[in-house]
Write a protein that binds this ligand. Structure first.
Ligand code: ADP
Ligand code: ASP
Ligand code: MG
Length: 468
């Protein structure tokens, strides 16, 4: 058995949906279960519709037209999606009436993209001669906690999914919603943006499938975001560790939590291109082949805020760090990089939620400074462990572009080397690093042209990395 997950761009148009059906048809022998995202752009549109309802305007006409156009092109009845639009209309009216948009109602609204997509896809499979059933992941047993916007499956979800799939498979090919679940009270939850990858991994792990396939719009995981670096190359193999780092540091081709359920059962994950299915893509497995160079990918994460806690009085005192992290922990602020110096502790986070409350608490016992608009740029690859020249090359490349690294970090597993830069400089940083590690000719030219005085990049701070 395999799980085949198709992202929004793979089901964004009638043409793509036709391609999906043929890809699945060619793999029926491997007993696929299909996981689907919302049509490209629909989740964003639903979020805007929820916010518009809060401001008093109900506007779903464009979202409806988008789905109706696809249904018409596929020659399917446009009434197929009427029940979902009736329900969506009701909830939006509720938001408008109450003048209140809770994380719970936002998740409910944002779940409709996947719910619409599975119904359209299943109908088109049936029309194409393949018996198929649309099913919402929560009806398949995907029960989550109540962390709206970033829900996680409860342990018992895994057994339940295995049970229900076994029963439901008699109804033919299962087309399951990505991204959504329900908590124990029956509220719809979402797993975070790009969460359909995570759904595929949860279901794949529940069933112990032979492979989880993530079908997207590029040739697998690439050496950098191809939108930023058109010459980026596909990576043939990534280890689970490398793939987690690539996803965590912002390559949206994979949701950061995707790998974890696959790791627990040692299930290979293959990232493939719906529009170029013969391309080999990327295979993510426990032990991956090495690449030619030490670095496999250059990734970046924007929207980073730096919090620096300064207290000459208390810094070196017993329990001071614990006090700082206790604040972050209680306020559920996830910390990424941590740097300590004699007079300050600097931490980075990508979450805005509760950050103000955390800062207020920190200011109760120290001076806390906040700087927004930063980004983390990282080189990922297990080869970094053995190659001693990676830090010199990494900071040399940034230095030649006169990009200052404000914090640096090499994780304990040493599969990544990362630096904090200004957000305005991150695209240039990725380009410089990609040139250094992947474009041999450009790297040689740059090295030869480099004046000796510019060989050092300015660094500040020795860093440990933690994720709280
Ligand atoms: P899907 O709709 O299939 O889930 P996403 O848009 O979520 O697709 O993810 C695929 C996109 O991720 C690509 O189009 C690409 O622009 C972006 N991306 C960012 N970093 C990388 C990377 N390192 N490798 C491949 N794609 C990347
Ligand atoms: N549709 C959701 C999103 O746009 C989930 C996904 O695409 O994986 O984030
Ligand atoms: Mg995605």
């Amino acid at each position: 058995m395999i799980v085949m997950k198709f992202g929004g761009t793979s089901v964004g148009s009638a043409g793509s949906i036709r391609a999906v059906v043929e890809l699945v048809r060619a793999r029926l022998r491997r007993k696929p279960l299909v996981v689907v995202s919302a049509l490209a752009g629909v989740t964003d549109a639903l979020e805007s519709a929820a916010r518009a309802a809060l401001r008093g305007t109900i506007s779903v006409a464009a979202i409806r037209r988008r789905h109706v156009d696809v249904l018409r092109e596929l020659d399917l009845a446009t009434t197929l999606i009427d029940p979902e639009f009736r329900e969506l209309d009701e909830i939006l009216r509720g938001i408008q009436l109450l003048g209140e948009l809770s994380p719970r109602s936002l998740d409910y609204v944002m779940s409709f993209g996947e719910r619409l997509a599975v119904r359209i896809l299943a109908a088109f499979f049936v029309k194409s001669g393949i018996t198929a059933t649309a099913i919402d992941a929560y009806d398949l047993g995907l029960v989550t906690d109540s962390g709206f916007g970033r829900a996680r499956p409860l342990d018992r979800a895994y057994d339940r999914i295995a049970e229900v799939v076994l029963r439901e498979r008699r109804r033919g090919l299962l087309i399951v919603t990505g991204y959504i679940g329900k908590d124990e009270r029956g509220n719809v939850t979402t797993l975070g943006r790009n969460g359909s990858d995570y759904t595929a991994a949860i279901i794949g792990s529940s069933l112990g499938v032979e492979e989880i396939q993530i079908w997207t719009d590029v040739n697998g995981v690439m050496s950098a975001d191809p939108e930023l670096i058109p010459s980026a190359r596909s990576i043939a193999e990534l280890s689970f560790d490398e793939a987690s780092e690539v996803a965590y540091y912002g390559a949206k081709v994979l949701h950061p939590a995707t790998i974890q359920p696959a790791v627990s059962k040692n299930i290979p994950v293959r990232v493939l291109n719906t529009h170029a299915p013969t391309e080999p893509g990327t295979l993510i497995i426990g032990r991956a082949r090495k690449s030619d160079g030490p670095v496999k990918a250059i990734v970046c994460k924007r929207g980073i805020t730096v919090v620096s806690v300064v207290s000459t009085r208390m810094l070196m005192q017993h329990g001071f760090l614990a006090k700082i992290f206790d604040v972050f922990d209680r306020q559920r602020v996830v910390i990424d990089l941590v740097a300590t110096s004699e007079v300050s502790v600097s931490c980075t986070t990508d979450s805005d939620e509760n950050l103000d409350a955390a800062i207020r608490e920190l200011r109760g016992f120290a001076d806390a400074r906040v700087q927004g608009r930063h980004a983390i740029v990282a080189a990922i690859g297990s080869g970094i462990r053995e190659a001693r020249d990676v830090p010199a090359r990494f900071f040399g490349a940034l230095g030649r572009e006169r990009i200052g690294a404000e914090m640096i970090s090499q994780g304990a597993t040493r599969t990544n080397l990362s630096a904090l830069v200004r957000e305005s400089e991150v695209s240039r940083a990725v380009q410089a690093l990609h040139r250094e590690f992947f474009d041999d000719d450009a790297a040689c030219v740059a090295a030869a042209a480099r004046p000796a005085s510019r060989r050092k990049a300015p660094l500040a701070g020795v860093v440990r990395r933690g994720r709280s």
